[in-house]
Design a protein around this ligand. Structure first.
Ligand code: HEC
Ligand code: HEC
Length: 498
């Protein structure tokens, strides 16, 4: 298997081959890319692209340091991304990870961001080469190290992606033969990925041959994207590049496509939606299922931040307002109702909505000090109240009446958060919130009700004109999801019909 790790002393070899390399694009104004990067990306990837942030620690898979030059979604023979590869990644995000779609940003912004990623990769790489040279007492200036890094990160020629062919029994047979020969050892005969090959290295990379049937595809499911993955491999993962002829590529891609169910390809892409909230003369009661069924249900894909195949993968939202109050109902699948304290359980089931006014504060970090968010949350029980209760189970204390079935009170509150450090300290400091929940046939429904007007300056004011951003987070207690190990959606836009 080819390794994609960069070798610091590869300069000479690269100089010899660089005549085939694709020319770099004209440089857009750098300040725009740097500004966008700082605002949207640094919370996870770090200001310098080294991904040594608090948030990155909490993600599985976690982002790579850009200086390693290991990008999974590439189209080139040397495994280095073109700026177009990076733009594609940004547009679609990487479903199944915390890397959301940034497709709502205009193209010039995506290009500026792709360019910034490359700048950070070159700078990080150059500093690393320079450091090594200093330690090994080689005379190498930072400028010279930068020139080497530039070359190492230049994308090579595009791999031969072939083109879609008419699928016939013959091409499918040929595709299947190639698949069994080259791919089934990792992805399994049925395309579901062999669980035995899951590995979770200490650096937090999550290496699991993709289950093609799940629809969690990092790259798209069209011919070109699949051909690029298969021909170029996915640097930084166990997915190897392959040397196939054009006709073999075409047949194999056709077969892999047949393993991906229709419409699954983009199912988990976290596009940003605009949700228009209808104004009704009278709001339904929270438990009036028939009235809620009349409202449009908007499907919001969700991704677990700490990968679990069984974690919540989508939330359906229905909302209405009457000019005074807003009603938001969230529905999600959860086969195990978890609202009782169990031995060893840290948190039951739960759901939260976070709101912000237009500024795109850090999503997963729940805002920042400068850009706080308002979080409405419901947890089946309050871990603080139940602390110690779970420990009583199985307790051998004589004469202690230990209940076998503890059904504590749920916790619901509206709270202001300003980044991860604030989460622990703000617990219990919120305003009361009306949340009605039901669990039926493997589905939770949580209906939040609040006045449009904010009750304090720490709450989002929904009565003021203009759109509001919102996102949701879901915890599954029986998967022991707690704190950061939840499923989240990206920011969506909420617009109230006036
Ligand atoms: C909430 C955290 C988070 C934020 C915010 C975020 N990313 Fe990522 N990003 C990730 C994770 C996690 C991965 C790794 C996904 C994987 O390997 O499956 C990733 C991967 C990437 C990659 C590697 C792509 C590849 O081909 O392997 C690039 C480039 C990238 N992100 C750029 C950005 C940019 C630019 C932004 C801002 C517009 C951004 N990210 C915002 C979490 C984040
Ligand atoms: C050594 C194990 C291994 C082999 C052999 C292998 N893969 Fe993979 N494959 C992986 C892993 C691991 C991933 C997921 C990488 C990641 O996202 O971290 C993957 C991802 C993919 C993806 C990307 C799906 C997405 O998320 O967009 C495609 C397509 C794919 N493999 C097809 C193939 C085909 C076709 C073959 C045979 C030519 C093959 N793989 C051989 C391990 C393997």
């Amino acid at each position: 298997m080819r390794r994609h790790l960069l070798v610091a002393s590869a300069g000479a070899l690269l100089l010899a081959t660089c005549t085939q390399l694709q020319p770099a694009r004209p440089i857009p104004p750098r300040s725009r890319g740097a500004e966008l990067y700082e605002r949207h990306c640094a919370v996870c990837h770090g200001l310098d692209g080294r991904a040594d942030t608090t948030v990155a620690e909490l993600l599985r898979p976690r982002p790579n340091s850009f200086e390693q030059g290991l990008f999974k979604l590439v189209s080139t023979t040397n495994g280095m991304p073109t700026e177009e590869d990076l733009v594609q990644t940004l547009r679609r995000g990487m479903p199944g990870s915390a890397m959301m779609s940034w497709g709502w940003l205009p193209d010039p912004d995506l290009q500026a961001l792709a360019h910034e990623v490359r700048n950070l990769a070159v700078r990080g790489r150059a500093e690393s080469i320079h450091r090594t040279a200093t330690i090994t007492q080689q005379a190498l200036s930072l400028d010279e190290a930068t020139a080497i890094a530039e070359r190492e990160l230049l994308p090579g020629p595009t791999v031969d992606a072939g083109s879609p062919i008419e699928i016939t029994p013959t091409t499918l047979d040929e595709g299947e033969r190639l698949y069994r020969q080259h791919c089934a050892s990792c992805h399994g005969n049925d395309g579901r990925g062999l669980p035995a090959l899951q590995s979770w290295p200490t650096d937090g990379t999550w290496l699991w041959p993709r289950d093609f049937t799940s629809g969690y595809l990092r790259g798209a499911a069209d011919h070109r994207a699949l051909a690029f993955r298969i021909r170029a491999g996915m640097p930084g993962s166990h997915m190897p590049p392959t040397a196939l002829s054009t006709s073999e590529t075409n047949a194999l891609v056709g077969y892999v496509k047949s393993l991906i169910p229709d419409s699954a390809g983009d199912r988990h892409v976290q596009w940003r939606h605009t949700v228009r909230v209808a104004r009704l003369p009278q709001l339904p009661t929270a438990t009036d299922a028939a009235a809620f069924a009349q409202l449009d249900g908007i499907r919001l894909p969700a991704s677990p931040l700490w990968w679990r195949a069984e974690a919540c993968s989508e939330v359906t939202l229905r909302a209405a307002h009457d000019g005074r109050e807003l009603l938001i109902q969230l529905e999600w699948a959860d086969a195990t109702r978890d609202d009782q304290v169990r031995p060893g359980a840290r948190l039951g089931d739960g759901i939260a909505l976070q709101f912000a006014r237009e500024q795109d504060p850090p999503l997963f970090a729940m805002g920042s000090r400068a850009l706080p968010v308002n979080v409405w949350r419901w947890h089946a029980y309050d871990p603080k109240e139940t602390a110690g209760m779970a420990d009583l189970f199985g307790s051998t204390h004589q004469g202690l009446d230990v209940p076998t079935n503890l059904q504590p009170k749920p916790r619901s509150e509206s709270i202001e958060l300003g980044g991860i450090p604030s989460v622990a300290t703000e617990t219990g400091a919120g305003l009361p919130l009306t949340v009605t929940t039901t669990w039926q046939d493997g589905h939770w429904r949580a209906t939040f009700r609040r006045s449009l007007a904010a009750r304090s300056n720490r709450e989002v004011d929904l009565a003021a004109p203009g759109p509001v951003l919102f996102a949701t987070a879901v915890w599954n207690g029986s998967l022991d999801q707690h704190a950061g190990s939840k499923s989240i959606t990206t920011w969506h836009v909420l617009e109230l019909e006036r």
